[in-house]
Write a protein that binds this ligand. Structure first.
Ligand SMILES: Cc1cc2nc3c(=O)[nH]c(=O)nc-3n(C[C@H](O)[C@H](O)[C@H](O)COP(=O)(O)O)c2cc1C
Length: 406
């Protein structure tokens, strides 16, 4: 068994899989269940002081869609879209103090952590809620600057807009940290124009870490009823979003090197490994638990462990940021030496299979009389034929002479 421990913002996590802020952390019972299922940490449902956002939760709506835009009934596989709208924790923020104290005592016994999550629409409110977290013994609190739902709010200090503006992000973060001595993680939104600039503003203002990132806002149509699902605009996420999230984790890790918690698109342990290799230290999971239940957690953790063992990595640390560090610059990519496609006619299943000729748009592969023929002078070395060949019959070579004579 590999060492799954990871350090994040001064805390040591027994494993990197954290339950994201959502319905999974909206009650003491749910939080305890996450801990029982071995979560490295649990982020609580957002505790706020905006009455409309508490009311909204009583009107929460959820729909699980397939990639054809239909409701999924029964078994959900990984190609789902989670379309939903909910608000903040229903209870008054003061009621969370005893819940948080008990949750932390429970977490501590099992080597897990409780992470706070707050949102307000005034600076005073942010400070008050951060103080509530501190008073409850919380060491790390996530600042929810990105909630997709209060779309009627238009002032920059209000919920969803904060993480769209680096100046407002810096101002709110700085004011909270001037007033309260607590570690914060700023949660970013993919709705921002440039997440790296928001992350930098947050970090410069004193945030120890960023969560990259929350969900997009979407609009899903039920064509049979000619109306939107769940009444209209809502948050949208699922495993399909993974590569867009990884892009920002890669950029923030490479340009700023600050602690990152990855969120948005993780379904399996293999996904979590991708996030870790890109530069996230702890991974938040939400939608997958909404569709499979909290019981899914140990599977993700076990998959991470199995991956490390199967690849002879002694610990997570040995793969942290490894893929991002190997990423080539555009200049390196543009200056790469030419390579050419070569067909291994022993392996090639021509004439049964001609797929490579259909997907070559540079006229470098042709159907010949009795085999696939190559035209190296046209080949631009794009790798597409090699990657699609089901018989491993194509490879790329820098040797033009070899390519010419096959
Ligand atoms: C039903 C639901 C409720 C959520 N509630 C909150 C919340 O209260 N506060 C918050 O910061 N993020 C909230 N989120 C966002 C998640 O914490 C998470 O960032 C997002 O869903 C992306 O992760 P995923 O791909 O694992 O779902 C919620 C997401 C969902 C689907």
């Amino acid at each position: 068994m590999a060492n799954l421990k990871t350090k994040f913002c001064g805390l040591e996590f027994k494993n990197p899989i954290i339950v994201a802020s959502a319905e999974t952390g909206n009650s003491l019972d749910n939080i305890k269940k996450c801990i029982d299922y071995d979560a490295g940490g649990v982020i609580i449902k957002t505790v706020g002081d905006i009455p409309e956002m508490q009311t909204l939760t009583n009107n929460s709506k959820y729909a699980i869609l397939n990639d054809n835009g239909e409701l999924i009934r029964g078994k959900v596989n990984r190609s789902f879209f989670f379309y939903s709208r909910s608000g903040y924790a229903i209870e008054h923020y003061a009621d969370w103090i005893p819940i948080l104290r008990e949750a932390q005592a429970y977490a501590q016994k099992q080597g897990s952590h409780i992470i706070g999550n707050i949102a307000s629409n005034t600076i005073e409110g942010w400070i008050k809620l951060a103080k509530v977290m501190k008073e409850s013994g919380i060491q790390l609190v996530e600042l929810n600057y990105q909630c997709p739902h209060p779309t009627d709010y238009t002032k920059p200090t209000e919920g969803n807009w904060i993480a769209q503006d680096p100046n407002v992000t810096a101002e709110v973060t700085r004011r909270i940290l001037e007033a309260v001595d607590i570690k914060v993680m700023v949660k970013l939104t993919p709705e921002a124009h440039n997440l790296t600039s928001i992350a930098k503003a947050a970090h410069d203002a004193g945030a120890g870490s960023v969560a990259v990132n929350s969900r997009f806002v979407g609009f899903a149509v039920n064509v049979e009823k000619a109306e939107p699902y769940i009444g209209g605009v809502a948050g949208i996420g699922g495993p399909w979003i993974k590569y867009l999230t990884l892009r920002w984790i890669h950029e923030i890790y490479s340009m700023l090197g600050i602690p990152i918690s990855g969120s948005n698109g993780i379904y399996s342990g293999r996904d979590a490994i991708e996030y870790f290799m890109t530069g996230a230290r702890i991974m938040q999971v939400c939608s997958v638990l909404m569709v499979h239940g909290i019981e899914w957690l140990p599977k993700i953790i076990k998959d991470v462990d199995n991956f490390l063992d199967a690849h002879d990595y002694p610990d997570l640390e040995s793969i942290y940021g490894i893929a991002s560090r190997k990423s080539e610059t555009l200049k390196q990519l543009f200056e790469a030496e030419p390579i050419y496609a070569v067909v291994d006619h022993e392996k090639c299943k021509f004439p049964k299979c001609t797929i490579c000729t259909k997907i070559c748009f540079y006229d470098a592969l042709h159907i010949g009389n009795d085999k696939i023929e190559t035209q190296p002078e046209n080949c631009i070395g794009c790798d597409l034929c090699e990657s699609i060949c089901p018989f491993d019959a194509l490879h790329m070579t820098p040797d033009k002479q070899l390519a010419l004579h096959v």
